[in-house]
Design a protein around this ligand. Structure first.
Ligand SMILES: C[S@@+](CC[C@H](N)C(=O)[O-])C[C@H]1O[C@@H](n2cnc3c(N)ncnc32)[C@H](O)[C@@H]1O
Length: 174
Protein backbone atom coordinates (compact mmCIF):
# COMPACT_ATOMS: atom_id res chain seq x y z
CA UNK A 1 0.00 0.00 0.00
CA UNK A 2 1.45 3.38 -1.00
CA UNK A 3 1.02 7.16 -0.82
CA UNK A 4 -2.37 8.63 0.12
CA UNK A 5 -3.95 5.21 0.86
CA UNK A 6 -1.33 4.40 3.47
CA UNK A 7 -1.69 7.91 4.93
CA UNK A 8 -5.47 7.51 5.27
CA UNK A 9 -5.01 4.12 6.96
CA UNK A 10 -2.39 5.50 9.36
CA UNK A 11 -4.64 8.51 10.07
CA UNK A 12 -7.48 6.20 11.11
CA UNK A 13 -5.10 4.36 13.42
CA UNK A 14 -3.99 7.62 15.05
CA UNK A 15 -7.34 9.29 15.72
CA UNK A 16 -11.02 8.99 16.54
CA UNK A 17 -13.91 11.50 16.60
CA UNK A 18 -15.93 13.00 19.44
CA UNK A 19 -18.77 15.27 18.28
CA UNK A 20 -17.06 15.85 14.93
CA UNK A 21 -13.76 16.89 16.52
CA UNK A 22 -10.79 14.65 15.86
CA UNK A 23 -9.15 13.52 19.04
CA UNK A 24 -6.36 11.17 20.04
CA UNK A 25 -3.54 10.58 22.43
CA UNK A 26 -0.12 10.64 20.80
CA UNK A 27 2.62 9.05 22.79
CA UNK A 28 5.72 10.79 21.45
CA UNK A 29 9.38 10.39 22.24
CA UNK A 30 11.15 12.54 24.79
CA UNK A 31 12.55 15.61 23.00
CA UNK A 32 16.31 15.81 22.61
CA UNK A 33 18.12 18.93 21.51
CA UNK A 34 20.08 22.00 22.42
CA UNK A 35 16.98 24.13 23.13
CA UNK A 36 14.45 23.47 25.87
CA UNK A 37 10.90 22.56 24.88
CA UNK A 38 11.62 21.38 21.34
CA UNK A 39 8.93 19.29 19.62
CA UNK A 40 8.32 15.87 21.11
CA UNK A 41 9.89 13.18 18.91
CA UNK A 42 7.51 12.03 16.15
CA UNK A 43 5.05 14.91 16.70
CA UNK A 44 5.53 16.58 13.29
CA UNK A 45 5.44 13.20 11.53
CA UNK A 46 2.06 12.40 13.11
CA UNK A 47 0.78 15.87 12.23
CA UNK A 48 1.82 15.27 8.63
CA UNK A 49 -0.24 12.08 8.52
CA UNK A 50 -3.24 14.03 9.82
CA UNK A 51 -2.97 17.23 7.75
CA UNK A 52 -0.75 16.14 4.84
CA UNK A 53 1.72 19.00 4.44
CA UNK A 54 2.60 17.95 0.91
CA UNK A 55 1.82 20.89 -1.48
CA UNK A 56 0.70 23.08 1.45
CA UNK A 57 2.36 26.43 2.19
CA UNK A 58 3.35 26.41 5.86
CA UNK A 59 4.14 29.35 8.15
CA UNK A 60 5.96 28.27 11.31
CA UNK A 61 5.66 30.69 14.26
CA UNK A 62 8.02 30.32 17.27
CA UNK A 63 9.95 27.81 15.14
CA UNK A 64 12.90 27.49 17.52
CA UNK A 65 15.49 25.03 16.25
CA UNK A 66 12.97 23.20 14.04
CA UNK A 67 13.64 23.63 10.31
CA UNK A 68 10.06 22.74 9.43
CA UNK A 69 7.97 25.13 7.29
CA UNK A 70 8.25 27.35 4.22
CA UNK A 71 8.67 30.46 6.37
CA UNK A 72 10.06 30.27 9.92
CA UNK A 73 9.63 33.09 12.45
CA UNK A 74 11.32 33.45 15.83
CA UNK A 75 12.75 36.14 18.09
CA UNK A 76 16.01 34.30 18.66
CA UNK A 77 18.70 35.01 16.02
CA UNK A 78 20.59 31.84 17.06
CA UNK A 79 17.93 29.62 15.46
CA UNK A 80 18.37 31.47 12.14
CA UNK A 81 14.70 32.14 11.36
CA UNK A 82 13.64 33.50 7.96
CA UNK A 83 12.05 36.41 9.81
CA UNK A 84 13.45 37.66 13.09
CA UNK A 85 10.68 39.40 15.04
CA UNK A 86 8.74 39.71 18.27
CA UNK A 87 5.40 38.00 17.66
CA UNK A 88 3.94 39.48 20.84
CA UNK A 89 4.40 43.04 19.58
CA UNK A 90 4.72 43.13 15.79
CA UNK A 91 2.21 42.15 13.09
CA UNK A 92 3.13 39.17 10.90
CA UNK A 93 4.61 40.77 7.74
CA UNK A 94 2.39 38.98 5.19
CA UNK A 95 -0.86 39.75 3.44
CA UNK A 96 -4.19 38.21 4.49
CA UNK A 97 -5.17 34.64 3.45
CA UNK A 98 -1.74 33.48 2.24
CA UNK A 99 -0.86 30.24 4.06
CA UNK A 100 -2.50 26.79 4.02
CA UNK A 101 -1.12 25.98 7.46
CA UNK A 102 0.07 28.16 10.34
CA UNK A 103 1.77 26.18 13.09
CA UNK A 104 2.81 27.73 16.41
CA UNK A 105 4.72 26.38 19.40
CA UNK A 106 4.71 29.46 21.66
CA UNK A 107 6.71 29.70 24.89
CA UNK A 108 5.00 27.93 27.78
CA UNK A 109 5.97 30.36 30.54
CA UNK A 110 5.86 34.14 31.06
CA UNK A 111 4.26 34.74 27.69
CA UNK A 112 0.71 35.98 26.88
CA UNK A 113 -0.64 32.88 25.13
CA UNK A 114 -3.19 34.63 22.88
CA UNK A 115 -1.05 37.57 21.71
CA UNK A 116 -0.31 36.18 18.21
CA UNK A 117 -3.55 34.32 17.45
CA UNK A 118 -5.48 37.09 15.63
CA UNK A 119 -2.51 37.68 13.32
CA UNK A 120 -2.06 33.94 12.73
CA UNK A 121 -5.71 33.66 11.62
CA UNK A 122 -5.40 36.74 9.40
CA UNK A 123 -2.60 35.28 7.26
CA UNK A 124 -4.32 31.87 7.01
CA UNK A 125 -6.33 30.97 3.90
CA UNK A 126 -10.00 30.17 4.17
CA UNK A 127 -10.17 26.46 5.03
CA UNK A 128 -6.56 26.54 6.20
CA UNK A 129 -5.29 24.83 9.36
CA UNK A 130 -4.15 26.68 12.48
CA UNK A 131 -2.12 24.41 14.79
CA UNK A 132 -1.06 25.47 18.29
CA UNK A 133 0.91 23.18 20.59
CA UNK A 134 0.80 24.25 24.23
CA UNK A 135 -0.09 23.16 27.73
CA UNK A 136 -3.40 25.06 27.18
CA UNK A 137 -6.48 23.87 25.38
CA UNK A 138 -7.01 27.23 23.67
CA UNK A 139 -10.37 28.94 23.24
CA UNK A 140 -11.61 28.92 19.66
CA UNK A 141 -10.25 31.92 17.72
CA UNK A 142 -12.91 34.04 15.99
CA UNK A 143 -14.04 32.62 12.64
CA UNK A 144 -12.34 29.29 13.24
CA UNK A 145 -13.91 25.86 13.81
CA UNK A 146 -12.20 23.39 16.11
CA UNK A 147 -11.08 20.48 13.94
CA UNK A 148 -8.94 18.48 16.36
CA UNK A 149 -7.73 18.48 19.93
CA UNK A 150 -5.05 15.89 20.63
CA UNK A 151 -3.28 15.04 23.86
CA UNK A 152 0.46 14.80 23.27
CA UNK A 153 2.67 12.94 25.69
CA UNK A 154 6.32 14.03 25.39
CA UNK A 155 7.58 11.02 27.32
CA UNK A 156 8.08 10.14 30.98
CA UNK A 157 8.40 12.88 33.58
CA UNK A 158 7.33 15.59 31.10
CA UNK A 159 4.14 17.65 31.12
CA UNK A 160 1.37 16.74 28.69
CA UNK A 161 0.64 19.16 25.86
CA UNK A 162 -2.44 19.87 23.79
CA UNK A 163 -2.29 19.99 20.02
CA UNK A 164 -5.09 22.43 19.12
CA UNK A 165 -6.15 22.46 15.45
CA UNK A 166 -8.79 24.70 13.82
CA UNK A 167 -9.91 25.45 10.29
CA UNK A 168 -10.55 29.03 9.22
CA UNK A 169 -14.16 29.40 8.18
CA UNK A 170 -14.72 33.04 7.40
CA UNK A 171 -12.69 36.02 6.28
CA UNK A 172 -14.42 38.34 8.71
CA UNK A 173 -12.06 39.21 11.52
CA UNK A 174 -13.06 40.77 14.85
C1 LIG B 1 8.58 26.32 22.88
S1 LIG B 1 9.90 27.04 21.96
C2 LIG B 1 9.65 26.35 20.34
C3 LIG B 1 10.58 25.22 20.09
C4 LIG B 1 10.42 24.55 18.73
N1 LIG B 1 9.17 23.87 18.62
C5 LIG B 1 11.56 23.56 18.48
O1 LIG B 1 11.29 22.38 18.20
O2 LIG B 1 12.72 23.99 18.58
C6 LIG B 1 9.34 28.70 21.79
C7 LIG B 1 10.10 29.57 20.81
O3 LIG B 1 9.51 30.87 20.81
C8 LIG B 1 10.51 31.84 20.64
N2 LIG B 1 9.97 33.11 21.15
C9 LIG B 1 9.87 33.50 22.45
N3 LIG B 1 9.30 34.71 22.54
C10 LIG B 1 9.04 35.11 21.26
C11 LIG B 1 8.45 36.26 20.69
N4 LIG B 1 8.01 37.26 21.46
N5 LIG B 1 8.34 36.36 19.34
C12 LIG B 1 8.80 35.34 18.56
N6 LIG B 1 9.36 34.21 19.03
C13 LIG B 1 9.48 34.09 20.37
C14 LIG B 1 11.71 31.29 21.40
O4 LIG B 1 12.91 31.84 20.88
C15 LIG B 1 11.58 29.78 21.14
O5 LIG B 1 12.34 29.39 20.03
Amino acid sequence: MKGPYLKKKKQRMLTYHIQNVITAMWSCARPHGKYREIYPGGFLERLDILIDFNTKRVLHLFCGSSKFGDVRIDINPEVKPDILMDLSKQPIPFEDNLFDVVIADPPYHDFPPYCFVKEAVRVLKLGGFLVILHFLVYNNPKNCRRWACIAVSPGPNRRMRACNIWRKESERLP
